[in-house]
Design a binder for this molecule. Structure first.
Ligand SMILES: [Zn+2]
Length: 278
């Protein structure tokens, strides 16, 4: 058997079979060269170096680019021909628009994107999230991707946000719940939580949001409305592009390098105070 193939369940159709390598994002979207893959936890816990300093860290080479063996051959071929090319065109147009742009963190610029297929792009994004998560409970999302024409997407339950990756990292973050303590007298009572999955590529980053109590958090521009187009709708859209720095492996962390350095320094000072008191 081809060594690229492993036996498991396809994340889309659920069939137990030999799985094929799914490029995340598609090969055509600047993902056709080997990349170095680092364990996000290793990069996070090393207090000696900043998270964007990869010198001397352990890594694995992913020869084919970023991706996972998650789809059976049939699903890989279907999604490849239905969505991947048009997603790739969109991503490359975005890259040409934002490459060399010097836009500060959290700033938005508007771009006219011509001749794009919003529904195909959106289904490719959901397909990538299914691969990243490998969860079979997400069958509403599976059905949405398996049928290229359907518009049935549960918008009250799932939202998708897009940002421009203005940093160093590529990330694949499975569904995670992040809690934020409240600011009132009872920090636990006022605690808010966010359940998200994140996919950061070049130049686009996406956040699939499953619940968000904290409406003040901004992950990018909400593109969930892409699901309402028809499969063959080809349109020109003015899209707001929100630039976000991605400098760590922490989910939905858009701090600038200066902000991360400040936090590291503050944490060091706190631990020195604790050590001195002991
Ligand atoms: Zn399949």
């Amino acid at each position: 058997m081809n060594s690229d193939k492993k036996l498991d369940r396809c994340v889309l159709c659920g069939k137990y079979t030999a799985l094929t390598f799914e490029h995340i994002p598609p090969r055509k979207a600047l993902n056709n060269t080997p990349i170095r893959s680092y364990n996000g936890f290793d990069v996070m816990v090393d207090g000696e170096k900043m998270p964007w300093d990869f010198n001397g860290r352990k890594y694995k080479i992913m020869q084919k680019g970023m991706g996972l063996s998650t789809l059976c051959e049939k699903c890989n071929n279907n999604t490849g021909s239905w969505y991947a090319k048009d997603y790739g065109d969109f991503s490359n147009k975005m890259y040409l628009t934002v490459n060399n742009a010097t836009v500060p963190n959290d700033k938005t610029v508007y771009a006219i994107c011509t001749g794009i297929y919003p529904l195909r792009i959106f289904k490719q994004i959901i397909c990538m999230f299914l691969s990243v998560n490998n969860l079979f409970e997400l069958n509403e999302l599976q059905n949405f991707v398996k049928d290229r024409y359907t518009n049935v997407f549960f918008k009250n339950k799932y939202r998708v946000y897009m940002y421009i990756n203005n940093g160093e990292y590529l990330k694949m973050i499975p569904i995670s719940t992040i809690g934020k303590l409240g600011e009132g007298s009872n920090v636990f009572k006022d605690m808010q939580s966010i359940t998200i999955s994140e996919l950061t590529t070049i130049p686009l980053g996406f956040v699939l949001c499953l619940n968000n109590d904290d409406k003040s958090m901004c992950f990018g521009v909400d593109i969930t409305g892409f699901c309402d187009y028809s499969y063959d709708d080809k349109v020109d859209l003015e899209i707001p592009l929100l630039f976000k720095e991605v400098n760590t492996s922490i989910p939905i962390d858009f701090r600038t390098k200066e902000e991360v350095e400040e936090t590291v320094l503050n944490n060091k000072n706190i631990s020195e105070v604790i050590n001195n008191e002991q």
